[in-house]
Design a protein around this ligand. Structure first.
Ligand SMILES: [Mg+2]
Length: 171
């Protein structure tokens, strides 16, 4: 179905940690816009040492990072400070507002950025609307999804399967 394309990611990886400096430079990417909840940590959980080390590794490789979240300021601010990057809270993804702000604040062009998120209807759809490449990750801990997100997951699965089929056909 053609309407599904609004929700198709550019790529899919199992976990955000698979996105390494080498992976990014292969694609000419200089900046990464991360969702937080269920993308890098479970819903509402703080950034642990492992996550902080991952962001440090990206920064040391010269990769810019940005946090774009629909969550509230205290949560987003604390997380962004722990991993050392700028942030945008209550982004109302898939609104384009936060994506465009991220691009501006990182001083990068569309083609130099990638969006990383766990939800097709918010993170990925917003990236597509902003014409930015995206990577879908498997939710870190689906059991901790909010009630609203849990409701959307079966529909996401339908779209994800259609995306995989389309990719196989085109490969
Ligand atoms: Mg999320």
């Amino acid at each position: 179905m053609k309407i599904f394309q609004w929700f198709y990611p550019t790529e899919h990886v199992t976990a955000a940690s698979e996105i390494t400096p080498a992976w990014l430079s292969d694609r000419g990417i200089k900046g990464v816009v991360f969702d937080i909840d269920n993308t890098v940590v479970p819903q509402d959980e703080p950034a642990g040492e492992e996550v902080a080390a991952y962001f440090r590794m990206l920064h040391e490789a010269g990769i810019k990072t940005f946090i774009l979240s629909n969550n509230r300021e205290p949560r987003v601010k604390a997380f962004a400070e722990a991993v050392g990057c700028a942030y945008y809270f209550r982004a109302q993804k898939p609104s384009r507002r936060g994506y465009l702000a991220a691009m501006r604040r990182m001083h990068l062009r569309r083609r130099e950025i990638v969006v990383v998120g766990d939800q097709l209807f918010t993170d990925i759809c917003g990236a597509n609307r902003s014409r930015i490449r995206s990577v879908l990750v498997d939710p870190v801990e689906p059991k901790k999804d909010t009630a609203g997100v849990k409701m959307k997951r079966p529909f996401e699965k339908i779209v994800f399967r259609a995306w995989k089929k389309m990719r196989q056909k085109n490969s």
